[in-house]
Write a protein that binds this ligand. Structure first.
Ligand code: NI
Length: 140
């Protein structure tokens, strides 16, 4: 099992994502600052969708991604906040179940599972900053 430090770090990272999500609007999901970037609603979906993806593919767990997320349906603020709660629970449960032996193994892509844990946090921090910038650019 992971030590408490990981869970504390995760709590801190996720709490800040929740704070940013509080400010996300229900409309303007099609906002994007550049044609090469995701729309706001896609970005929200991507943030929580990545949790399912990283836990299932990265750690080799049998985790089913909910249909609206799998089908890449743009996500408004209310739904994002619900999904942040659901995935927080999922992440905590999955990480609690990880044994020391699991952590020392690699996944199907040959990546050490310990690195996957770091990737989960880095991915969230990266896209949270992006979301924050979108909101700023929309004047929110
Ligand atoms: Ni990403």
């Amino acid at each position: 099992m992971l030590d408490n430090t990981w869970f504390e770090d995760w709590r801190r990272v996720r709490a800040e994502t929740e704070a940013v999500a509080e400010r996300m609007p229900e409309d303007r999901l099609d906002f994007r600052p550049h044609p090469d970037l995701m729309h706001l609603g896609e970005l929200a979906r991507h943030i929580v969708g990545a949790c399912y993806f990283i836990l299932s593919r990265g750690l080799g767990r049998e985790i089913v991604t909910p249909e609206p997320i799998k089908n890449k349906i743009p996500m408004p603020g209310t739904r994002l906040r619900q999904e942040l709660q659901a995935t927080d629970q999922l992440v905590r449960t999955t990480m609690t179940d990880l044994s020391e032996e699991d952590l020392q193994t690699t996944n199907s892509s040959g990546k050490p599972k310990r690195e996957v844990l770091r990737h989960l946090m880095e991915h969230e921090i990266h896209h949270r900053a992006q979301l924050k910038m979108y909101l700023k650019m929309m004047g929110l």
